[in-house]
Design a protein around this ligand. Sequence first.
Ligand code: DAH
Length: 342
Amino acid sequence: MSKDLSEIVKQIDSDIHSLSSVEIKQKYLSKNGIVTTLFKGIKDISQEEIGEYGKKLNDIKNLLEENIKRRKEEDISEGTQYSIDPTAPFDINSKLTRRPKILDLKGSKHPLMQELENILDIFQRMGFDVMESKQLDDDFHMFESLNFPKGHPARDMYDTFWTQDGFVLPAHTSTMQNRALRKLGPPPIRVVLPGRCFRNEATDASHEHTFYQIEGIYVDKGISFANMLAVIKEYLEKYLETDLDIKVQPSYFPFTEPDTEFVISCPFCSKKGCSTCGYTGWIELMGCGMIHPNVLKAGGIDPLQYSGFAWGVGLDRLTLIKKGIGDIRKLRDGDINFLKQF
Ligand code: DAH
C-alpha cells in the first residue's frame, strides 16, 4: 500500500469545492469510502512508518468530519440542507457544495448599462441634464412635432410597431425633443435623453429590432454648427479615450437643417483600415444637425432668438466599438457565458 497521502489530500481539496457534504461523506467516509479503506489497510504498513502514517490518516479523517459538520450547520442555518432549486438553469444543485439558490449567484451590470453610465457621466461633467425617453409614445412626438406632417414621405424611414390604439414604440429618441424643449426652456437647454427604441428590422450582426439611443440637445443664443462639431467631438474623444479626426457628410432628417452624419476616424487603426471600420478608416457614427426652426417653434422656443443642435447616437453601436463585440444580437440574447465576460 502507498504511504504517500498527498494525492488524496489534493483530491479532497478539490472535492470539497465541488461536492456536497453528503457526497463527501459517501466518497471518503462510508463503509467502502476511500479513507475508510485506507484505515482497513493500516495493518500492512511497516512498524517504523505506521505511527506517522496513522497520524496523517487520522488528521485527514478529522478534517473531513469537521468540514462535513460545519457545512451541515451552515446548510441548516440557511434552511437549504436538503433543498434543491428545480428552477436553476444549470446543474448547480449537485455541483455546488452549498447548493445556492439562483438568487445567491452574483449578477453584474449589463454591458449596455455600464456604457450608458460612462456616457452619462461624461455629459453630466459637461453640464448636461439627463431625461429618459418613453417606451410607448404617440404620433405627435414620433412625427408631427419633429416636422414630419401627416403623409410626409420621410415617415417611411422609421418603420416601427404600433398598438391597436394608435400608440407607437418609438423608432428613435428624437421623440423627446419636444418634451425637453418645453420642460427645460427657456434656453439655455443642455440635455441628453437616453432610451430604448424599436424598429421593424430583419435582424443581422449589426441590426436589431430593439436598441438604445442617446439623443442630445443644446439650445441657446448664437449656437452654431461649429459648436455642434466641438461638443460632439469632445464627448467622443473622452468616451473613446483617444484623439479623433472628424468629418460631416450630408444626410436627411426633417427635424434638422442642415442635416448631417457625424463621421470619426477609426479609433482602432488611425485611418489605416481594419475590420471595425470596414477597411475604410472612417466610422459613420450618428445623425446630427442644427434643430429645424419648426421643431423649436413646436417646442415653444422662438427660432429668431435661439438656435441649437441635436444628435442621436446608438448606444449599442458605441458598446460594440468600445468592447470589441462583433454581433449586436449578443447584447440581447441573455447568454450568461457572454455576459460573464463583462
Ligand atoms: N433620430 C435620428 C435617427 O434615429 C438620428 C438623429 C439625427 C437625431 C439628427 C437627431 C438629429 O437629434 O438632429 O435616425
